[in-house]
Design a protein. Structure first.
Length: 54
């Protein structure tokens, strides 16, 4: 949980001080795609390629 709090703190600092963020949308998208592929794999009982999700 502390890592999430640190990420939010850095994001707020970037907005307030007009600095680049440490992570971007693509950094956040990757874990979501992996989770969706894992869920589909579980539901369908087969390996799912990440390219099937995006």
């Amino acid at each position: 949980m502390q890592s999430f709090a640190n990420e939010i703190s850095c994001f707020i600092d970037a907005i307030i001080n007009d600095k680049p963020t440490l992570v971007n949308g693509n950094d956040g998208l990757q874990p979501v795609v992996i989770a969706l592929a894992a869920k589909r794999s579980l539901d369908e009982g087969r390996p799912v390629k990440l390219s099937e999700i995006v």
